[in-house]
Design a protein around this ligand. Structure first.
Ligand code: 8X3
Length: 250
């Protein structure tokens, strides 16, 4: 039986790569995001309306999310996998210099938006003994300068994943938190406010993870035997590791 995945934030990066990976293996996909033209182009690229369906809404708006899900046509209404990929980082500066509205946008998208669509789809996922893959981050696990609210939202995503796994025990629904490290995608351009110089500097010589690498991880997690649950999966490029603790001296 053909399975269906709903992938949030599919207009670029991990989300678009994940949609391509699953369609390649015969899945149907629902791709969501705010940019209608990009979603429509992705649906065309994936093979059209028989395999892909676009839902255009702002995940920060729980009512819009519910309306979008309610609008799904019958052949896309049964969902086997929710990939909670929509999320963003805004800013790299220290907390004392950050813009409060950027912080609120990250909280609204990365945590409240993710929680809303998860709750809205839970009954459907339980019905299908489905799976949820949440995109957290290495920032869930490791604090770093300038990570402040972004890291906190991703720690929420990771802990929410583990928490709902407890509640879903016995339902057959699997839940995974994936925690990617340095990855080359639009994510960094958004974070730096479109600063291409900062973008190039970050990736220069780093051989970062590519969106396809994370799509592969998601595909692997979602296609393991039904009795196997990967709780969390941290993925870094080989070039990325840890530094010593910082010590501020007088
Ligand atoms: C994205 C990875 O290194 O910017 O979540 O925190 S990082």
């Amino acid at each position: 039986m053909t399975k269906t995945a709903l992938i949030t934030g599919a207009t670029s990066g991990f989300g678009a790569a994940t949609a391509r990976r699953f369609v390649k293996e015969g899945w149907k996909v629902i791709v969501t995001g705010r940019r209608a033209e990009r979603l429509d182009a992705l649906v065309d690229e994936l093979g059209g309306a028989s395999v892909a369906h676009a839902l255009c809404f702002d995940i920060q708006d729980a009512d819009a999310t519910r309306k979008a899900i309610d609008s799904l046509p019958a052949d896309f209404a049964e969902i086997d996998l929710l990939v909670n990929n929509a999320g963003l980082a805004l800013g790299t500066g220290p907390a004392q210099e950050c813009n409060l509205s950027d912080w609120m946008t990250m909280i609204d998208t990365n945590t409240k938006g993710l929680v809303a669509i998860t709750r809205i789809l839970l009954d459907k996922l339980i019905e299908r003994k489905g799976a949820i893959v949440n995109l957290a981050s290495i920032a869930s696990n490791w604090p770093y300068p300038g990570g402040n609210v972004y890291g906190a939202t991703k720690a929420f995503v990771q802990q929410f994943s583990l928490g709902i796994r407890c509640d879903l025990a016995g339902t057959g629904v699997r839940v995974t938190s994936i925690e990617p490290g340095l990855c080359e995608s639009e994510f960094t351009l958004v974070r730096t406010g479109g600063n291409k110089e900062a973008y190039d500097k970050l990736y220069s010589g780093a051989d970062p993870i590519q969106p396809e690498d994370i799509a592969e991880s998601i595909f692997w997690v979602a296609n393991l035997p039904a009795h196997v649950n990967v709780n969390s999966l941290e993925v870094m490029p080989v070039s990325q590791s840890w530094s010593p603790f910082a010590i501020h001296r007088k």
